[in-house]
Design a protein around this ligand. Structure first.
Ligand SMILES: C=C(C[SeH])C(=O)N1CCC[C@H]1C(=O)O
Ligand SMILES: [Zn+2]
Length: 601
């Protein structure tokens, strides 16, 4: 057979790259139209474009594998072929591909359309997850109302896709095998190009679990003080419906009745955002201004024209889960977010703007490299900026927090710092076990260790082991609670967020050093990189790489390190960790939790 030369490979690849951009653009537009307006017509169009894209990738792949890329000299050309040689679900037959695309679309449709009836008024049955149910979980302090919402959401979302999900698993594994992976867990983990990646994640959790347990013990105490001994057992897992979030993944919404120093200023800026007439648009403009202050890119005009920054009021069904979109033409980038004016959504706005900034910074790369160094990098960018924005110093500078004279004396300042770190920890530390167990469960499912007969009970055993939570009512295999979470039904991996929540503190530390914010032992949690072009240029030089280099090279650009390391996170929260240990000691709180008797008996 003909042996293709490296020169011919360059010509082939350049042509392939030009063509894939066109298919990618058409596919993204069809997906956008479906997610922003769920109709049968838009579903058919999305399936058609998806099939065309898959066919193009499969046909090109037949050509591509004829090139002896493993022996190429040019490292970049070799990497392009290596990454492009993984076909993913496009390896499926046309029928299987269409079936899988249809299954995922249907599960997203069920999730996005799911509604529940109000606890207060059983005739009012039009409550969507966003914004109504999310808002209720934030403000309600009625544990029976919270239990009602928790149960009803699961009955109308996860339970409905129990059968469909089994077929999803079969098709995903079929595709993985066609790519010479043992199963889809191995294919998903391929993104990290790291042999012992799962061991590294496990080691990070071992390092972070003690801090989580201290936070968990303190929060359980204050929930017990509020809801009573019967509802919240002193040594038990925490009932999952009391934590202010549908999946108990972040606990920031219940900070108000457990602030370490209640008399000190809290950093909840939601009231001021509303008082100052903030709109979703202003929230995204604020984020754009921070990126520009770092000498990074402003949004193209089309971003503001084409994005959906608040839920349309025309009654359409749409996927409200926030997302950032790259239309593969190095121009059209958008965000779709059903934004509510509050601090949580201001953070999410920064999170999504971080994705878009990455799109803009690597837009000159060939299509195959227009990705995060690994998927955790993509999730970390916006959060890194949000760490600076969230500081009391920055919030005061932009007028969202009042100047507070009382912080003048040392004690007041120390107490205000504990309050601040506590509110950040409720979102950053509480999140870690949830992020880990989401893919621990899926890896077990794809690897066949967990079969459909124990999907739900395996999920609750992991939730008890890692999050230290339990369901408010008994659960069985009739339920399918893990699928009440978007990423499960939308085919979106989740370990990326665990990676992000660790490396974002490494990035924050590296950028703070570049910004000169850590001189004279200034604490990491006070750092604000706003307006530092040194920090911005460093961040930009990492983002411009996209996936053209293995992620340790990209990490080294900002941090000088080549591995994930939880030390920066521990350093950031050190004052809080000391405080929590002393406080739990003082109150004699039991650290950890005993097994639950609440589910899958
Ligand atoms: C905001 C997004 C879109 Se990439 C998201 O899904 N996040 C952001 C943090 C965790 C995770 C979640 O909501 O579960
Ligand atoms: Zn994200």
């Amino acid at each position: 057979p003909k042996v293709y030369s490296e020169e011919e490979a360059v010509t082939f690849y350049n042509n392939f790259n030009e063509q894939i951009k066109v298919y990618c653009n058409r596919n993204s537009l069809a997906r956008w139209n479906y997610d922003s307006n769920i109709t049968d017509f838009n579903l058919q169009r999305k399936l058609e474009e998806g099939a065309a894209f898959a066919k193009f990738k499969k046909d090109s792949w037949q050509e591509l594998i004829k090139y002896p890329w493993k022996y190429f000299n040019d490292p970049e050309l070799k990497r392009k072929f290596k990454l492009s040689s993984v076909l993913g679900t496009a390896a499926l037959s046309e029928d299987d591909f269409k079936r899988l695309d249809t299954i995922i679309s249907d599960m997203k449709s069920t999730y996005s359309k799911a509604k529940i009836c109000s606890f207060q008024d059983s005739t009012k049955c039009d409550l969507n997850l966003e914004p109504e149910i999310t808002e209720l979980l934030k403000v309600s302090r009625n544990h029976e109302e919270l239990r009602h919402i928790w149960i009803e959401w699961r009955r109308n979302s996860g339970e409905k896709v129990k059968e469909t999900y089994k077929e999803y698993v079969t098709l995903k594994n079929k595709a993985a095998k066609l790519n010479d992976y043992a199963d889809n867990a191995a294919l998903w983990l391929g993104n990290y190009e790291t042999e012992d990646f799962r061991d590294q994640i496990s080691a990070l959790w071992v390092q972070l679990k003690p801090l989580y347990q201290q936070l968990h013990a303190y929060v359980r105490r204050h929930l017990r003080l509020k809801y009573g001994e019967e509802v919240v057992k002193a040594k038990g897992p925490i009932p999952a419906h009391l934590l202010g979030n549908m999946w108990a993944q972040t606990w920031g919404n219940i900070v108000d009745f457990m602030l370490p120093y209640p008399e000190r200023q809290s950093t909840d800026v939601t009231p001021n955002m509303i008082k100052q007439g903030y709109t979703p648009l202003k929230m995204f403009k604020l984020s754009e201004e921070f990126f520009v202050s770092l000498n990074l890119s402003a949004m193209p005009e089309s971003f503001w024209e084409k994005s959906i920054l608040e839920k349309p009021t025309d009654g359409r069904d749409m996927v409200c889960h926030a997302s950032a979109w790259d239309f593969c033409d190095s121009m059209d980038v958008r965000i779709k977010q059903c934004t509510v004016v509050n601090q949580k959504d201001l953070n999410t706005a920064h999170h999504e703007m971080g994705h878009v900034q990455y799109f803009l910074q690597y837009k000159h790369q060939p299509n195959i490299f227009q990705r995060g160094a690994n998927s955790g990098f993509h999730e970390a960018v916006g959060d890194v900026l949000a760490l600076s924005v969230s500081t009391p110093k920055h919030l005061r500078a932009i007028g969202l927090l009042e100047e507070s004279a009382s912080e003048a004396d040392k004690d007041a300042e120390r107490e205000a710092t504990i309050n601040y770190l506590f509110s950040i920890a409720l979102n950053k530390i509480a999140f870690l076990p949830f992020a880990y167990q989401m893919d621990l469960w899926r890896w077990d499912v794809f690897e066949g260790k967990t079969t459909p007969e124990n999907y739900n009970c395996h999920w609750w055993r992991l939730a008890e082991q890692f999050q230290g939570i339990e369901p408010p009512v008994d659960r069985s295999e009739e339920d399918f609670d893990v699928a009440s979470k978007y990423h499960i039904i939308a085919d979106v991996p989740y370990i990326r967020y665990f990676v992000s929540f660790v490396i974002q503190f490494q990035f924050h530390k590296g950028l703070c050093q570049a910004a000169g914010q850590l001189e004279n032992n200034a604490p990491l949690h006070e750092c604000d990189i706003y307006k530092s072009t040194k920090a911005g240029n460093l961040l930009g030089s990492m983002l411009q790489l996209g996936q053209s280099k293995p992620w340790p090279d990209a990490m080294e650009v900002i941090t000088g390190q080549r591995n994930m390391d939880a030390s920066a996170l521990r350093e950031y929260f050190a004052p809080l960790e000391d405080w929590l240990r002393a406080e739990n000691e003082r109150t004699g709180e039991f650290i950890g939790w005993e097994k639950s008797d609440k589910y899958c008996l």
